[in-house]
Design a protein around this ligand. Structure first.
Ligand code: NAP
Length: 284
């Protein structure tokens, strides 16, 4: 029996992974810093752990064969946490990013990229079997980027509106993760995952407008204005990472793969469908 620990199971992708694993009848355990607030299906065992406190990981990893890892904790905690994981598990599926894909959107030097590379190097030398999932831009970014403006009114102010990406539905990332976690044959694989279509940011906001039946006024702002106005979506370092990536991708179609369909047997979900399924979160 393959016993699976999901780390990051309360987050955007991890929550989908946990519920899909539970639905397939897999033996799934979810690590949470605050189990009381985790809200998982009843068949999921929730264990308390914190990636920054490696001693808390021992009990969580006891008897575990396979780990799904989402990393948003500080870089200093990576090595001790991976040491514990490698002591117990045999296979790790890591939610990374398209670090090796030769498209300018993915090739800008920044702290997030450096952290991803550091984690991958440590995993590769850990003795674990590994699988790296490399999704591009998440469709779910729209919830932190545009939902607050859309809930507040009809105007969306945003930089680089003409730049296309291929937003991927978190359910498709999770569907691939479940295959990689539950089947043999994914060791050493690196899966670059995208949505089905190259869509400009303008087209993405317009799709949300259509999904909620509202006509939105979409206004281009300069990178300097964005630096001032977008601190609501994250710290300046994160805003700068995005601005740099979009600036580098001007005039290029988004990088699109068919990996979701190849691995799951179902086409990747369209952004318009994601927007319809999340329409309640864009309504005031
Ligand atoms: N957004 C994108 O477009 C994009 C694209 C490619 C790759 N990625 C990568 O995807 C990852 C983020 O995935 P996501 O959006 O699903 O994450 P998320 O929604 O931000 O969730 C993060 C998860 O990590 C857990 N966590 C945070 N610190 C922890 C700690 N110290 N100990 C244990 N658990 C901890 C959180 O648990 P709590 O409930 O305890 O907070 C939560 O479950 C990042 O590594 C990012 O680089 C993102």
């Amino acid at each position: 029996m393959n016993r699976i620990l999901v780390i990051g199971g309360t987050g955007t992708v991890g929550r989908q992974v946990v519920s899909r694993l539970a639905a397939t009848g897999a033996q799934v355990r979810a690590l949470a810093r605050n189990p009381g607030a985790a809200r998982f299906p009843p068949q999921v065992k929730v264990v308390r752990g914190d990636l920054t406190l490696p001693e808390t990981l021992e009990g969580c990893l006891d008897g575990i064969d396979t780990v799904f890892l989402v990393w948003t904790a500080p870089a200093a905690a990576v090595a001790p946490a991976l040491e514990r994981i490698a002591k117990h598990a045999r296979h790790i599926v890591f939610l990374s990013a398209p670090l090796k894909t030769p498209h300018p959107l993915f090739q800008q030097p920044n702290p997030g990229r450096a952290l991803g590379e550091q984690i991958e190097r440590l995993i590769e030398s850990s003795g674990l079997q590994w699988t790296f999932l490399r999704p591009g831009m998440f469709a779910a970014n729209a919830l932190s980027w545009w939902a607050p403006q859309i809930r507040a009114g009809d105007v969306v102010r945003w930089p680089y509106l003409a730049v296309p990406t291929a937003p991927i539905d978190e359910r498709d990332i999770a569907a691939v993760a479940v295959h990689a976690l539950c089947e043999d044959g994914h060791a050493g694989a690196e899966y670059v995952l995208t949505g089905p279509q190259s869509l400009s940011q303008f087209e993405q906001v317009s799709a949300i407008g259509r999904a909620i039946g509202r006509s939105l006024r979409i206004e281009e702002i300069s990178p300097d204005e964005a630096r001032r106005e977008l601190l609501t979506i994250g710290p300046l370092v994160a805003v700068n990472m995005l601005l740099q990536a979009w600036a580098a991708a001007i005039g290029q179609s988004a990088f699109v793969t068919s990996t979701v369909a190849a691995l799951t047997g179902a086409p990747a979900r369209a952004f318009a469908d994601w927007a319809t399924d999340h329409s309640v979160e864009f309504r005031a």
